[in-house]
Unconditional design. Structure first.
Length: 135
């Protein structure tokens, strides 16, 4: 199961949005694998047709939970940078065999002789039981 932390709701009435979530044409909001909560979005890895969702992560992190083990991928969220796919910096894809977590780097011009590298860091922790975020 992929777990994406979502920005917390503000008690202040603000005019600008604080979240970005996009779907690919072959995905549906009603897919049983997708759950959007107040604190997190989850996508369960079940054999099913392809599904892809993108986020502009404000935390620069996404988790993969399986059998009590939580892998956390951390990346540079760089919220002010131009990104592909309507501004997403995180994408999750699932199909019959796969659950893929993908962080997207900034769009930048590069000279072919000087490749631009984006680094990610992952950490793994073992838990007896990992509580899911409450609605």
């Amino acid at each position: 199961m992929a777990v994406v932390p979502l920005p917390t709701a503000s008690s202040e009435h603000r005019l600008n949005p604080n979240q970005l979530v996009v779907l690919w044409p072959y995905a549906a909001w009603t897919d049983d694998r997708l759950h959007l909560g107040e604190r997190a979005a989850t996508l369960t890895a079940n054999p099913a047709p392809p599904f892809k969702i993108g986020f502009r992560s404000t935390t620069g992190s996404v988790g993969y939970l399986r059998d009590g083990v939580l892998f956390v991928l951390r990346f540079d969220a760089a919220l002010g940078s131009a990104r592909p796919d309507l501004g997403c910096n995180l994408e999750i894809y699932s199909d019959e065999r796969t659950l893929e977590l993908e962080s997207l780097g900034r769009w930048s011009a590069s000279v072919p002789a000087t490749p631009q590298l984006t680094t990610n860091s992952g950490s793994c922790a073992t838990w007896g039981r990992v509580p899911m975020p409450q609605e």
